[in-house]
Design a protein around this ligand. Structure first.
Ligand code: SF4
Length: 257
């Protein structure tokens, strides 16, 4: 999948009908799309790549998470932990970074990612946390709260995100502000005042240094209820934007369930 992705322009222009080049690459890998459906692919690239065996999407995620797991073995845990807001400690003589992702506690060890002392099998949790650790973002918050579309090459993805994710929160909690506040509280959100103009704003931590504001506007005679998720613009120093998009979608899935 990564090899296919490398042959794409990476501009997420949406002409192939997918919101990102990454999702197009995954579908090509799974034989659901053809390379020629991206108008920017050269014929010789298509020939080389279509000779590769088809593997499932889950196998692709596994492979990426395994590659990252190898990479974090050489990361300086103490330095990384300081840079990403984790808690560094030594446990049974081994270096460990403890951190929370979406309210859940994890331990990054040299042997991999653990939750409740069990090796984590979920590829996406591993991909996101390993990427977060290896980047060592170490960038102060800018105080500039932006939506996904602010980041480069995310315009089409941002539209799909609004449709698939943010609108789900708006629909579920339309005319139910008390239900929305209760759900925020259950997920350890804290009300935020006077930062963003909205009927209700609640702050969450997706990762220690990746805070997010859920902004909600109630319906009126003219417009239906709406919701926007904003992150601090420093987020791109901490996490690959594709992974951030996945994390935001994951948050919405948990929020409305
Ligand atoms: S057509 Fe699809 S794969 Fe090609 S550059 Fe645009 S979004 Fe990427």
């Amino acid at each position: 999948m990564i090899e296919i992705y490398k042959k794409l322009p990476g501009t997420n222009c949406g002409k192939c009908g997918e919101s990102t080049c990454m999702s197009f690459a995954l579908k090509v890998k799974n034989a659901q799309r053809k390379m020629s459906e991206c108008p920017y692919v050269k014929d010789e690239d298509e020939e080389t790549l279509t000779q590769e065996p088809v593997v499932t999407m889950e196998n692709n995620y596994k492979r990426v998470s395994n590659e990252l797991e190898e990479e974090i073995k050489s990361v300086d845990f103490r330095e990384a932990s300081d840079a990403i807001g984790g808690n560094y400690e030594t446990k049974n003589g081994s270096k460990v970074i403890r951190l929370k992702m979406m309210q859940k506690e994890y331990e990054v060890r040299k042997e991999g990612l653990f939750a409740n002392d069990q090796y984590c099998q979920d590829s996406w949790s591993k991909i996101i946390i390993y990427d977060y650790v290896r980047r060592k973002g170490n960038t102060p918050l800018t105080g500039d709260w932006v939506s996904l579309g602010h980041f480069p090459n995310t315009a089409s993805h941002s539209k799909a995100f609004q449709k698939k994710a943010e609108s789900k929160i708006a629909e579920k909690f339309n005319s139910n502000m008390s239900g929305l506040k209760e759900r925020c509280k259950q997920l350890e959100g804290a009300e935020v005042r006077n930062k963003i103009k909205a009927d209700y704003v609640c702050g969450f931590k997706l990762l220690p240094h990746v805070p997010m504001y859920l902004c909600f506007w109630e319906a009126d005679e003219e417009f239906p209820a709406s919701c926007k998720l904003h992150v601090d613009s420093s987020a791109e120093a901490y996490i690959n934007i594709e992974y951030l998009a996945y994390l935001l979608e994951w948050f919405v899935k948990v929020f409305v369930e």
